[in-house]
Write a protein that binds this ligand. Structure first.
Ligand code: SF4
Ligand code: FES
Length: 365
């Protein structure tokens, strides 16, 4: 087989060489950092993805060495391949930043601002995108579209109101499972992800649609409302699984496993698909061989306060006593003796619904 020729491409003034056929987005990912445009619909592990959301728009200021004319419009970097000598502007282009602001405003037209109660909060790509590019207000004056919540099988809930129609879940179901039962129905603002006559998706690998969803439209019913991701401690773990690689990330609080997800790379993409048994049924620490803490990007809210000493943060080694010339701290109260606020027969983390007032001791108890 003949070797692919290498093309020189310059993105935000950084030049690299990539094989012909590489998309601008993947070339930018090779450089990394802020040079890589955000992507809400493209997913490198799924064929045919990209070209739907327009968040990855870039400006091509020089087409190629042979034809240096700039491209007349901004292009979707996930769908445009590089040419030799191409020059691309991402964050260095005012046009791109302005267009991306518009795309975010557009994506948020119908997306509810329910981050405080959404299970995806803290790891939502749309939330990150809006922080970087969003505006404070909206110019939209009409009612947002809303949908009823649907159960897709026993473990997955679809909250269509939050969906941004990126199609990733459709491609996942199509390419990973041998029995596709869901897709996008209708057109325009009536479009919705739906299962044909409410069929449940019970395929062995269907749980992966939760991991690919960039927003909180597809959630894990075994984890919904149980905890906030930034309170949990992600640990790499594996088990001997006959169906998948068994390599996962466990999200623990103490010894308790709150959720199991696939491991994700720096672009938020799944490294290896995992099966439903690993994801939904193995919720005991004893089911897993723990490898160690998962390295989390330090900019992520999930990394806050985790792993002092192991990923670049350092706790002071001096003790209180040493710092205060031998004086011992005066403890006003031991919080452990007063923190049992729930009724003793109720374990909050085992409820399969949100906790409410009747689960807690009243002031009179
Ligand atoms: S449910 Fe999620 S993954 Fe599926 S199309 Fe909507 S946003 Fe994309
Ligand atoms: S990531 Fe390129 S259009 Fe969505």
């Amino acid at each position: 087989m003949s070797e692919q020729p290498l093309f020189k491409v310059t993105i935000d003034n950084i030049t690299i060489e990539v094989p012909a056929g590489t998309t601008i987005l993947n070339a930018a990912r090779k450089i990394g950092g802020e040079v890589a445009p955000p992507a809400m619909c493209y997913y490198s592990k799924l064929e045919g993805t990209g070209g739907k959301c327009r968040t990855c728009l870039v400006e091509v200021s020089k087409g190629s060495e042979k034809d240096p004319r700039p491209m007349p419009k901004l292009v979707a970097s996930c769908r445009t391949t590089v040419m030799d000598g191409m020059e691309v502007k991402n964050i260095t282009s005012e046009k791109v930043v302005d267009a991306r602001n518009g795309v975010v405003e557009f994506l948020l037209i119908n997306h509810p601002l329910d981050c405080p109660i959404c299970d995806q909060a803290g790891e939502c790509h749309l939330q990150d995108l809006s922080y970087n590019h969003g505006k404070e207000g909206t110019r939209y004056e009409f009612q947002r579209r809303t949908f009823k919540k649907h159960d897709l099988g026993p473990h997955i809930q679809l909250h269509m109101t939050r969906c941004i129609l990126c199609y990733r879940c459709v491609y996942t179901a199509d390419q990973l499972t041998n029995k596709r039962e869901h897709g996008v129905l209708d057109r325009g603002d009536h479009s919705e992800i739906a299962t044909h006559i409410e069929k449940s998706l019970d395929n062995d690998f269907i749980g992966n649609i939760i991991d690919v969803c960039p927003v909180g439209a597809l959630t894990d019913k075994t984890f919904r409302f149980k905890n906030r991701v930034w309170f949990l401690k992600p640990m790499d773990a594996h088990r001997d699984c006959p169906t998948c690689s068994g390599k996962v990330t466990l999200w623990n609080r103490g010894e308790e496993v709150f959720r199991v997800t696939a491991r994700k790379d720096q672009w938020g993409e799944v490294e290896e698909w995992i099966c439903n048994t690993c994801r939904f049924e193995k919720k005991q620490s004893s089911d897993w061989v723990i490898e160690g803490p998962r390295l989390i990007d330090r900019h992520s809210v999930i990394s806050q306060g985790h792993y002092a000493g192991s990923v670049g943060t350092h706790l002071p080694t001096d003790t209180f006593v040493a710092v205060h010339n031998g004086r011992k701290p005066k403890l006003m109260m031991d919080i452990h003796t007063v923190s049992e606020v729930n009724k003793p027969e109720i374990t909050l983390s085992k409820l399969d619904r949100p906790a409410h007032s009747t689960d807690f001791k009243s002031n009179q108890d």
